[in-house]
Ligand binder design. Structure first.
Ligand code: ADP
Ligand code: ZN
Length: 627
């Protein structure tokens, strides 16, 4: 990494260590009193120290890593108004609601705000009563707005989701490019860019476009120990498997990502039929419907949002317990961001991805058909391949992702599917030669099912030509599922190719050089097969994974109190018209259920209970615990 980059675990000589930096005493006090957290997490302390010293900074912290406190706390401590630029109204609304709950004077000015509220907010700003103001990039850059802000003392300008400035990222927003002007408009105000996208190229873009060349860069570890990862190759249509996965997780909030709008609608309907509280969300719905569904999702603690990637950035629901990809994402960055929407409260959550060779093929074809510069196409192609290599990999998934983001010395997570059941590689080169020969002899005229039947000698009424081929019936050693797995593997390795043929794909030989190498025995083909017994009760034949206990770590004996607290929170949230988790996170309620605090002092020692929340809810919670 270049000079000026602070990576988790290492320190630059001229920054006092967080423990002894006097600037941070007040920040730590704020963290405890206002936000109820015992200490800084990751690089938060370092980033806050930098802004408090009046310098620009750039923070790359994983989703859920606590990026918002990096600007909220300095905005509270430094004199003047803290500006926060954010790309989405939903995100701003959520943060303002959460800050207000914690007793912080925060507001937003965006296109959705009524003129009367606008005037009231400006009155608070001009009276010096407001600490934090959220703005959209286009709202901030309006000349009248800049003019008005230039009359004020500004504590800082924070640019949230700063990767939106980069065309290499997946959330490019042209209006973010205007934010570079802030460097000359507010030269004495420290600026902070925050993002969860670690890709080095995106980081460079952020620096250049936002004119943050002097800013120290803080890159935190991408570890998300609360996320339990798994991936499965699709077996047939993924909807049935998704319904199974969701119904195995009743009463939990989740997100299911699908590749198409129709897919989202259909899957949400099937999930509702299966008894889940499922909602569909995609760009084909009108804004009003999207908004009501988003509100319903945020307000509920058991809703499952079935969505395309239109449902994305800025969805800050803290208690999402699982993210399921019914179709795989576009890159490892997108994977980590989407999966990362689970477990933001720090409590255990799951990320499960369904994928298959057809998805990779489809992604590559789509990239190939895009009207973009060659260089962009190459980057996107590489990213799609890297994602599938990770999904298909043999080693720890979390470790693979972190290495991709540039971390070194990464330990296996010990809890992903591959750590729990390390796959063993089985050499299937001989069978691969049979399959390749069959595909070759059949001349690219048939799909996978027919090729498998041919290998097994089970083709119904084969032509004389087909029955006479040397490959007919040579593959009786595997079951049909075994052959399909093997052909998937050949597709992943580019040894065979699928011609889409209007939805009835035909198999043909892939890269000729590679195929020859397999024929000559210079290249082996291995299949990943977990060393587990075949389970006849599952469709895939793989054993069901069983995880013991309640994922939030609430012992059985405390579950009824936990449920009582959740019910109270639901009512309180409905009364105030805010999402439940801005009152208390699941994790906070779980800890309360476990430690059963009897006094206000004991209650504040629970993570997530600050002074404002103690004043507001302390009596009610203590009464429930005592009852
Ligand atoms: P993101 O980095 O994704 O924007 P947030 O700022 O929304 O993350 O924070 C994610 C969650 O972590 C929030 O629920 C927040 O209350 C919690 N959090 C942030 N900082 C700390 C901390 N120092 N200790 C404990 N929890 C924290
Ligand atoms: Zn692992």
């Amino acid at each position: 990494m270049s000079a000026g980059v602070v990576v988790a675990g290492e320190r630059l000589g001229h920054i006092p260590p967080v423990e002894t930096n006097p600037l941070l005493d007040e920040a730590r006090d704020r963290l405890r009193r206002t936000f109820g957290h015992a200490d800084f997490r990751g690089l938060q302390g370092e980033v806050i120290g930098e802004i408090l010293a009046g310098r620009n900074a750039m923070a790359v912290l994983p989703t859920g890593g606590g990026k918002s406190l990096c600007y909220q706390i300095p905005a509270l401590i430094r004199p003047g108004l803290g500006l926060v630029v954010s790309p989405l109204i939903a995100l701003m609304a959520d943060q303002v609601a959460a800050l207000t709950q914690s007793g912080v004077a925060a507001a937003r000015l965006d296109s959705a705000i009524e003129p009367s509220e606008r005037r009231e907010t400006w009155a608070r700003i001009e009276a010096g009563e407001l600490d934090i103001l959220y703005l959209s990039p286009e709202g901030l850059m309006q000349p009248a707005m800049l003019q008005r802000l230039s009359q004020l003392d500004l504590a800082l300008v924070a640019i949230d989701e700063a990767h939106c400035v980069s065309q290499w990222g997946h959330d490019f927003r042209p209006e973010y490019r205007m934010l570079g002007q802030l460097a000359s408009l507010f030269p004495r105000t420290p600026r902070l860019a925050v993002t969860a996208t670690a890709d080095a190229r995106t980081r460079e873009d952020i620096r250049a476009e936002l004119r943050l060349t002097d800013a120290r860069e803080f890159v935190d570890s991408f570890a998300r120990p609360e996320l339990i990862l798994a991936a499965e190759r699709k077996v047939g249509k993924s909807d049935k498997r998704v319904i199974e996965l969701v119904t195995q997780r009743p009463g939990r909030a989740g997100v299911v990502y699908t590749g198409s709008r129709d897919g989202a609608d259909a899957l949400a309907a099937s999930l509702r039929d299966a008894g889940a509280h499922a909602l569909a969300y995609h760009a084909g719905l009108d804004a009003g419907v999207r908004k009501t569904r988003l509100m319903e999702f945020l307000a509920a603690d058991d809703a499952v949002m079935v969505a395309t990637i239109a449902f994305g950035m800025g969805i800050d629901k803290a208690d999402v317990r699982f993210v399921i990809h019914a179709d795989p994402p576009a890159s490892i960055e997108a994977y980590w961001q989407e999966i990362g929407r689970a477990g933001r409260d720090g409590a255990p959550a799951e990320g499960i991805t369904l994928y298959g060779p057809a998805d990779l093929n489809w992604a590559l074809r789509r990239i190939g058909g895009r009207e973009v510069a060659d260089e962009v196409r190459q980057v996107q192609t590489r990213k799609a391949r890297q994602l599938h290599a990770m999904l298909e990999g043999m080693g720890c998934r979390a470790a693979a992702v972190r290495r991709y983001f540039g971390e070194t010395d990464v330990e296996p997570c010990g809890q992903c599917d591959l750590c729990l059941a390390p796959p063993v590689a089985v050499d299937v080169s001989e069978a691969a030669r049979k399959a390749l020969a069959a595909v070759h002899r059949l001349g690219g005229r048939y799909g996978r099912g027919r090729v498998v039947d041919h290998l097994l000698g089970k083709t119904k009424e084969p032509s004389e030509f087909e029955a006479g081929l040397s490959t007919f019936g040579v593959g009786k050693e595997f079951s049909p599922a075994g052959w399909r797995d093997l052909i998937d593997q050949l597709l992943f390795e580019g040894l065979v190719r699928e011609d889409p043929n209007d939805g009835r794909p035909l198999l043909g030989l892939g890269d000729a050089e590679a195929v020859r190498a397999v024929y000559r025995g210079e290249r082996g083909v291995q299949l990943r097969r977990a060393p587990e017994a075949h389970d006849p009760t599952t469709r895939s034949g793989r054993p069901r994974r069983r995880r013991g206990g309640e994922p939030l770590g609430v012992p059985e004996t405390d579950m009824s109190l936990f449920d009582v607290l959740r019910a109270w929170r639901r009512e309180e949230a409905a009364r105030q018209g805010v999402p439940p988790y801005v009152i208390f996170h699941d994790r906070t309620l779980a800890e309360i259920a476990r430690v059963r605090p009897a006094t206000p002092a004991a209650l504040t020692s629970v993570g997530g209970v600050g002074q404002a929340k103690l004043d507001r809810y302390g009596a009610a919670v203590l009464a429930l615990v005592a009852a």
